[in-house]
Design a binder for this molecule. Sequence first.
Ligand SMILES: [Zn+2]
Length: 50
Amino acid sequence: MRRLTLHLHYCEHDGCTEWGTFGYARGKDQPSKWYCREHKSDGEHWIGKS
Ligand SMILES: [Zn+2]
């Protein structure tokens, strides 16, 4: 089993417990939000890319 020593980031979609593979940040000073493959459109919408 792989030990994760870096910060954990799961999908931020409401109620979703999948791993957040896709990270989105509005700017380099902003913390990233992470979403799974299924909900990565949430992240794209959040950064205004939609
Ligand atoms: Zn998700």
